[in-house]
Design a protein around this ligand. Structure first.
Ligand code: SAH
Length: 215
């Protein structure tokens, strides 16, 4: 079966993102540009632009397009900024971040997923992404502070190291809740105060680690 992925991408932006309130031109542009079908296995490519998450192996998922857009928009990325991503997974969200920030630091606890994402993103020509196989609930201390931090797995609470590694004026987006459902929370830091905003319900796989869920 032959798929017109360009058309599928246009439809995704037009039918799933814009009607639900995504308006940031940078975010819409990146979502319309990145070849999402390359981030899932061949048998699932025809579904890559559908309005739901898809399995990527190791019991993990690539997030639904709308959720990727919502989280990215909430990060308010600027082209000269430094972003930290926890939960590389397929690397799709990583590519979106790399389009909109100067440098992206991405951390994934499952080695083979990280390797695969690293290979693909290299093939796609990205030179502004740094990868690490590690427990991302500890952040990435050597490169802190970060202007934006995104966590793409659900946590019981915001890991303390991530709050510490957030720059003044920085934004952090993370799903917080129990293991079945979460709320997407945006934390904004001004010097020593952290302001929170709830962006609505969502469902993510577990954030597993020292400051997350136990395995
Ligand atoms: N943004 C990814 C989402 C992947 S699912 C995408 O769209 O493809 C969430 C990912 O978080 C999984 O790959 C999981 O292994 C990873 N993860 C869970 N806990 C983690 C931790 N403590 N540190 C780093 N990665 C973690």
């Amino acid at each position: 079966m032959i798929h017109d992925y360009r058309l599928a991408r246009e439809k995704m932006v037009k039918n799933q993102l814009i009607p639900r309130g995504i308006s940031d031109e940078g975010v819409l542009g990146a979502m319309g540009k990145i070849h999402r079908h390359l981030f899932v296995e061949e048998a699932l490519r025809g579904e890559a632009y559908n309005d739901h998450p898809l399995p990527i192996g190791h019991k993990q998922t690539i997030s639904q397009p709308y959720i990727v857009a919502l989280m990215t928009e909430a990060l308010e990325l600027k082209a000269e900024e430094k972003t930290l991503e926890i939960g590389t997974g397929s690397g799709y969200q990583t590519a979106i971040l790399a389009e909109l920030s100067r440098t992206v630091y991405t951390v994934e606890r499952i080695g083979p997923l990280l390797e695969k994402a690293m290979t693909l993103l290299g093939q796609l020509g990205y030179t502004n992404i740094y990868f690490k196989a590690f427990d991302g609930t500890l952040g990435w201390q050597e490169h802190a502070p970060f202007d934006a931090i995104i966590v793409t797995a659900g946590a019981p609470k915001t890991p303390e190291p991530l709050l510490e590694q957030l720059a003044e004026g920085g934004r952090l987006v993370i799903p917080i809740g129990n293991r079945y459902s979460q709320d997407l929370i945006r934390v904004t830091r001004t010097k020593n105060t952290f302001k929170e905003k709830n962006l609505g319900g969502c469902r993510f796989v577990d954030l597993i680690g020292e400051h997350g869920w136990k395995e």
